[in-house]
Design a protein around this ligand. Structure first.
Ligand code: FES
Ligand code: FES
Length: 214
């Protein structure tokens, strides 16, 4: 059974690609060629969609979306294909939110959307008219760090720091959800946030410490 980065066992799930590969062993050469032809037809169907996705931003129809980011409400003209992550980093220059995998697997891009944690790389900004977004830049009050930011420093919950904004935003969500009752619970509910440096003990301690605050 696969293990998450927090050492928790991940529930096994259906894996269509593995199933398809294992099936290949039972197919004749004719079956494989027919499958390849089918795949080519399948690939041809969304050609227009693929071409549209390659259009430069200036040729795409722009979308207007109102977002309140860290308390500031703004009306933005964006490419409707832009992820929330790219709007934050490239349109608003809020580069605290990190782009790791850009495919929902690492948690580096975690922000709060209407109070709930989301991976912003898989969130289309244009679909969230009127939403409130909180990023790592919205936590401190001047020189006063948010208690969870301070706890990360106190507990050495980081090394290179690349995953840290996502860990902190996810930690806030974890606490708000009531999923920070024990180290084991925190490990489970934070398992979508990967730390390549392995700072997990400090991360869990920081979240637990903050959750225990009055
Ligand atoms: Fe979004 Fe990895 S960058 S989950
Ligand atoms: Fe380096 Fe987490 S501190 S990836």
């Amino acid at each position: 059974m696969a293990k998450s980065e927090f050492g928790r066992a991940k529930a096994p799930g259906p894996n269509a690609a593995e199933a398809a590969c294992s099936d290949l062993g039972t197919l004749s050469r004719r079956d494989v060629l027919q499958l390849a032809g089918g795949a080519a037809c399948f690939a041809a169907v969304p050609a227009d969609t693929a071409q549209a996705a390659r259009l430069p931003a200036e040729e795409a129809t722009m979308a207007s979306v109102r977002l309140t980011v860290n308390g500031h409400t703004q009306q933005l003209a964006i490419d409707p294909r832009q992820s929330l992550l790219d709007v934050l980093r490239e349109t608003l220059d809020l580069t605290g939110t990190k782009k790791g995998c850009n495919q929902g697997a690492c948690g580096a891009c975690t922000v709060l959307l209407d109070g709930k944690r989301v991976v912003s790389c898989l969130t289309l900004a244009a679909m969230h008219e009127g939403a409130a977004v909180t990023t790592i830049e919205g936590l401190a009050r001047g020189d006063d760090l948010h208690p969870l930011q301070a706890a990360f420093i106190q507990h050495d919950g980081l090394q290179c720091g690349f995953c840290t904004p996502g860990q902190i935003m996810s930690g806030l969500g974890c606490i708000a959800e009531g999923h920070a009752g024990s180290p084991e619970e925190i490990q489970f509910w934070m398992s979508g946030n990967i730390c390549r440096c392995g700072a997990y003990p400090g991360i869990v301690a920081a979240v637990a410490d903050t959750a225990g605050r009055p």
